[in-house]
Design a protein around this ligand. Structure first.
Ligand SMILES: Cc1cc2nc3c(=O)[nH]c(=O)nc-3n(C[C@H](O)[C@H](O)[C@H](O)COP(=O)(O)OP(=O)(O)OC[C@H]3O[C@@H](n4cnc5c(N)ncnc54)[C@H](O)[C@@H]3O)c2cc1C
Length: 401
């Protein structure tokens, strides 16, 4: 009889795990994939929405398109997880699993930072990116403060990519001299995977005249005075505040007893939790060593989980361990994309190889997205026409180039 694999969360981790299991084990498993939303979008699509290059309708990939053998998608909200029984309860039913994969990602806790919801902006959600896009359209000059509100957060380069792209936007609008852009963050350096990577970001910030304040976290906003309070006791004035929100596990994970120290603790060799037959992968998981929260590492984890399930079912030896590796594309503005090839766990310390920004890498990044569209949703990898909606969005912020 086939085994039942239940995957909760159809993001980078859940989609890749479903695809891998379907490819390698369709004869041995039935896969139920559950997500509360009806569509997926890449994290980096929010940057496109922020800049008005695309509107949300252009970037949504609907789960109804999934045509993967052996995978049944259910649009339901997970309301309880019992890791001992490997039982998932949703707003529509109950699922018992032989193997349970928790891939619910990270949620944002906007209320953790007083004043942020009322007086700040963010681009870590699609709705937030749209709202900020509209605010930027009317921004003619002043102080922009980008504050990373806590660590860890998704996609370590994203706050800095935001700063580079805003720089670029105001240069093109002829307003750069009228805009002061500043970034605060609680880490000692941007993207601290290696010293060289941090240095690359510091140099790029400096080149663009973007000031940065390391080891400095904004803990609240005085919305009336337009000042951001710092953990160190000082304050910084702003005209537009953009926060990278505090991240936490989804509430249902918090209630399940799976989370320890805020995240779901896993054995980093195979992504197993302390509960037999229960895996956690992607942003929701953490282990003894740091692996950044990003789609590429979630995807790499899914490959290991699929191989581990296959090994258990076939009685073969353990697969190679998770290395926390992947290629991270970084937007520098002006159509230039850089790449950092990262490996967190393959050796005693993380390694990273930097590939300088170029237009060729922008094409490679687009191809990265296209292959996932094809693999996960069966959509034609080559035909990605620019929708009308994107042109409408560009005109919203006066960028009809
Ligand atoms: C601005 C920005 C730029 C980024 N750029 C990149 C990039 O260039 N490269 C990169 O690799 N990563 C990037 N990321 C990070 C990337 O998007 C995430 O790290 C990645 O999506 C994590 O994958 P995941 O599967 O763990 O979680 P997610 O992709 O977040 O998937 C989790 C899923 O669980 C579902 N879910 C949650 N709770 C429930 C519930 N109770 N019931 C049912 N379903 C539920 C959610 O709907 C969601 O679909 C970026 C992120 C942002 C915000």
């Amino acid at each position: 009889m086939k085994k039942h694999v239940v995957i909760v969360g159809a993001g980078f981790a859940g989609l890749e795990l479903a695809a891998r299991l379907s490819e390698s084990l369709a004869d041995a498993v039935d896969i139920t994939l559950i997500d509360r939303n009806d569509a997926f979008y890449f994290g980096f699509s929010k940057l496109d929405v922020l800049l008005g290059r695309r509107v949300p309708d252009d970037v949504l990939l609907h789960y109804g398109e999934i045509a993967t053998e052996g995978v049944e998608f259910r649009r339901e909200t997970v309301t309880a997880i019992d890791p001992v029984r490997r039982r998932v309860t949703t707003d529509a039913g109950t699922y018992d699993a032989d193997f349970l994969a928790i891939a619910l990602g990270a949620d944002y806790d906007l209320e953790a930072t007083p004043g942020f919801q009322r007086g700040g902006f963010e681009y870590y959600s699609l709705a937030g990116a749209e709202r900020l896009r509209d605010a930027l359209a009317g921004f003619e000059g002043g102080k922009i403060l980008i504050g990373v509100l806590a660590h860890p957060f998704k996609c370590p380069p994203a706050p800095f990519e935001g700063a580079f792209l805003l720089h670029d936007l105001f240069v093109r609008r002829g307003l750069r001299d009228a805009v002061d852009i500043r970034v605060t963050f609680p880490m000692a350096a941007p993207v601290p995977v290696t010293r060289e990577v941090s240095q690359m970001f510091l140099a790029a910030l400096e080149e663009r005249g973007i000031r940065c304040a390391p080891k400095e976290a904004v803990v609240g906003l005085d919305v009336r005075e337009r000042t951001a309070r710092l953990a160190s006791g000082g304050s910084v004035p702003y005209d537009l505040f953009i926060g990278i929100p505090v991240h936490r596990v989804p509430e249902v994970v918090g209630r399940s007893g799976l989370a320890v120290d805020g995240w779901v603790r896993v054995d980093q060799t195979n992504l197993h939790t302390r509960f037999p037959g229960v895996y956690a992968l992607g942003d929701v998981a953490s282990g003894a060593r740091t692996v950044a929260k990003a789609g590429i590492f979630a995807e790499a984890a899914a490959r290991v989980v699929a191989a581990d399930i296959a090994a258990r079912l076939r009685g073969s030896g353990a697969p190679p361990p998770y290395e926390g590796d992947g290629d991270c594309y970084v937007e520098f503005g002006g159509g230039l994309v850089g790449k950092v090839e990262v490996n967190f766990l393959g050796g005693p310390v993380p390694t990273a190889r930097i590939v300088a920004p170029s237009r060729e890498l922008a094409v490679e990044k687009a191809a990265f997205a296209a292959t996932r569209r094809q693999r996960w949703f069966g959509l034609d990898a080559h035909a990605v026409p620019e929708p009308m909606a994107s042109r409408t969005a560009r005109s919203l912020i006066g960028e009809d180039d």
